[in-house]
Design a protein around this ligand. Sequence first.
Ligand code: HEM
Length: 461
Amino acid sequence: MDPPARGQPYEILAPDARYVFVSTEEHIKEVDSAPDTVLSLQAASKQMLQPKYTMVGFSWFDRRGTEGVGFVRALRTLLTNNLPEVLPQLRISISTLIDEMHDSHPVVNGVKSSPLLPMVLRLTAITNARAFFGSELCRNEDFMRSAVRFIEETLALAELIRLLPTAIAPMVGRVMAKQLTSQREIYKAMMPIAEERILEKAQKQLGHKVPIHHDCIQWIMETAPRQAPWSAERIVHELMAIWFGSVHVLSTTVSFAMHDLCLHPEYLEPLRNELQSLAYAEFERVGKGLPLMDSFIKESMRMTPVESMSTRRMAIQPFEFSNGTKLEVGDWTCTPLRAMLHDEQHFTDPLQFNGFRFADRDLLANLTNSSFGSHKSQEPSQLTDVNKHWHVWGTGRMACPGRFYAAAVMKMIVGQFILKYDCELVDKDASRWFSWRSFIYPRSKTLVVFRPVSVQSTEKI
Ligand code: HEM
């Protein structure tokens, strides 16, 4: 916690809103218990992403659940349950794509250097496209290019609109939305598929045999309210929002985990040993596990969270905390995520990187014959936990429904790099990220030298 605040709420006046940060368990519970008609995650996300201009006119309701919350079941349950089905296919496509990209990178002064962020972005995009849209769209290279461009264009345009005076923001938004074409390209590619799925659903109801699909297009459609089924346009809008949120934060988080691997190469061997053990088959079978990798990624997220704040809610009605702090309509409340992750009240030696700090110490000793990377006063915990110390996924009933999928995908991508290469930053001292308002973004020019690991050390795979 920021020392002057001493656990009390404090405000920051940003160009577009007043932000009230709360960090005590009591105040965070008050945020979670407030009705959706008073404190709204949807309204905050709408202000942040400006979907009217960035997502082909998408304008979702401020009140959560107005058109159903089926997407939570689609991601939290159906996508998670489908992990054992997709993980083996994802392993093959990730492994092939890493090889292809690495082969294509030039050798300069006898060293092959690879631009990390573009690699990770492509890997995350292909992985998510397969899980979300099925194999047809993810094989469409034009679509994939637009879908990756859509992430950067959304970030840039939404930020621009948020910072403009409200009198001119809509006009500039409309003009810019016409220039940035990726949103319309992916919308156009997804619409016929969503329309076809709706048709298939109708045919199925009439008793016809129709293809079976295991992807988010299908689950989003099937979990929409029965009385008011979603149109193809509504399904595509939802997918665009989920696509943006998932690819952006997954790719940045994986990039920082890779930076940490380069900065702490002593973790490569124990992580590689875990990936070469029976634990790996179990991970693919159930979609979770790999406790050392789980802890390493969690520690990387703790040290370098992509966002400085979490649990964002915009007041759509006035709200008062138990200590008398008030929110007026349009004010935001949130938790100071980065400050809390680096606070001794939550983590001992908070500025020290202990890659296995969250792993069970007995298990760590069994797997590595040492307690290297652990922290003696840290309770074991998991990456996907949501609790008073771990707000990375948000809070309570609104916590990220994609986190089980996200954790598995991060382990898969980082795992494939570890199995193939030792890695090293070309320039350890160069700046690796830049910050913009509350988020930090890895620099796309950060170069990594990936050196293939010897055949001997991978032959157990
Ligand atoms: C490292 C990756 C990710 C992080 C750190 C992350 C973090 C978050 C956070 C902080 C929230 C807000 C929760 C709150 O305010 O209480 C959230 C919400 C959400 N996330 Fe994620 N997320 C990640 C990946 C994903 C993925 C891969 C998906 C989709 C598969 C996803 C789908 C969503 C959705 C749909 C919501 C809105 C939930 C609602 O309105 O109830 N996220 N996420």
